[in-house]
Design a protein around this ligand. Structure first.
Ligand code: SF4
Ligand code: SF4
Length: 88
C-alpha cells in the first residue's frame, strides 16, 4: 500500500469509528453531572462544543474538575452505558 492509500485507509477507519457514536451524551455525564461543553443540536443529538481541543482539564455544570479523555480510553475501562455504539 502506498502512502496515499494508507492515509486514505486511516481516514476511512477513523470516520467509521466516529460514526459508531449515537450522540447520546452519556459518556459526557448527561445523566449525572454533564460537562459544560456538552450541547444538544436541533435534532436532539449531543455534541462536544470544543471537540478539537476537548482532551484534558474540563469542568462539569456543578463545578467538578475532571479530565476528558479519548473515547477509546473510556471504552477500555468499561462502557459508559449499555446502549453505547462502541459496545459491540
Ligand atoms: S455513550 Fe457511546 S454512543 Fe453515547 S455519546 Fe458516548 S460514545 Fe457516543
Ligand atoms: S469536553 Fe469531553 S466530556 Fe466535555 S463534552 Fe467534550 S468530549 Fe464530552
Amino acid at each position: 500500500m502506498d502512502n496515499m492509500a494508507y492515509m486514505d485507509s486511516q481516514r476511512r477507519n477513523s470516520e467509521e469509528y466516529e460514526a459508531l457514536c449515537k450522540r447520546c451524551g452519556k459518556c459526557c455525564g448527561l445523566e449525572t453531572d454533564p460537562c459544560v461543553n456538552l450541547k444538544k443540536d436541533i435534532s436532539g443529538n449531543y455534541y462536544c462544543a470544543v471537540y478539537e481541543s476537548r482532551l484534558g482539564r474540563q469542568v462539569t455544570v456543578s463545578g467538578r474538575i475532571f479530565t476528558c479523555v479519548e473515547i477509546r480510553e473510556v471504552v477500555r475501562k468499561g462502557l459508559p452505558n449499555g446502549g453505547c455504539g462502541y459496545g459491540r
